[in-house]
Structure formats: structure tokens, C-alpha cells
Design a protein around this ligand. Structure first.
Ligand SMILES: [Zn+2]
Length: 61
């Protein structure tokens, strides 16, 4: 099936038998994210968590 990344609108073809494909079929809204964006989001999330931890650390001082 064809899926479109919600972030960069890149269209990719994924195997119908994969877990992602089955999950997307059950949802009215396709929430597919390509590997590139997924990686970017993960890095952002980790960076935010890291900075939050730094902030807490500073407040404790
Ligand atoms: Zn993307």
C-alpha cells in the first residue's frame, strides 16, 4: 500500500503484510511517518528531555 508521511508529505510504498500497514488500515487517518522524520522527531524529543534534565539540575543547585 502507499502511505504518505504526515510531516514531509513523502509518499512511500510499504508491504501490506507489515504491522504498520495493518495498523494504518484500521485507522481513518493515516499517521505514517517516514524513517527520516521519525529519526528527526526522536532526536528532538531526546534533546528536549536532556535539556529539561539540565534545567532541573540547575534549579537544584
Ligand atoms: Zn517524512
Amino acid at each position: 500500500m502507499k502511505v504518505k508521511c504526515i510531516l514531509c508529505d513523502k509518499v512511500e510504498t510499504i508491504d501490506d503484510d507489515t504491522l504498520i500497514a495493518k495498523r494504518l488500515k484500521n485507522r481513518p487517518i493515516h499517521t505514517y511517518m517516514c524513517d527520516e522524520c521519525h529519526e528527526r522527531i526522536t532526536k528532538k524529543t531526546l534533546a528536549r528531555l536532556a535539556s529539561r534534565e539540565d534545567g532541573t539540575h540547575l534549579e537544584d543547585k
